[in-house]
Design a protein. Sequence first.
Length: 216
Amino acid sequence: MASFVVYALFNLLAMVLYPGGTSSDKDAKGYLFFENFFSDLGMVRTYGGQPKMSSLLLFASALVLMGVAFILFFVIMPSYFTATRLETVSSRVGSVGGVLAGVSCIGIAATPWDLTLGAHMVFAYSLSASFLLSVVFYFVAMLANTRYSNAYAAVFAVYMIILGAYLCLMLLGPDIGTREGVMILATGQKIVIYSGMICWFVQFLGALEYHRRHSQ
């Protein structure tokens, strides 16, 4: 849970230190919330060619931290879903997706898109798809586990809709070569990432509460 706090602070600081520039306006000043992508923070240089090592290191460090946190979380989670075959299988499949999402976080951090666009996009699509896989199967596992509150499954259901909508937007959405397209996609990215932070923080809290209740 502490990793979420550090992630949020590092990203905020990276935005503050971002020199400026968007895909449609290389001379823009500072980080434009609705026109810059999160991945812009991880570029080696701005769109105008200015070096930006501070925001790169903060962005990459935050992503690696979250990647490690997700991997550890999803290695532990299946141990809470062992009462029936349905929840056992569902949680294990969900954890495969979760571990892949953690690896994708680290992969995004290691592949600045202005240097390795192809690899960066593979990890970006993998992150969204892996999270969707994890959410769907843990939603099933939580409903199957009578001891796990359905409130956490409901949180997953909401996030499932948001994540699915964003995947459709990424695949079928507007042209990223236009300013309007960039604004739509960048805003959609902010919505899915911030809602995801809330969702996973709640799930971390839920797992902690479940562990405390059933380990007494």
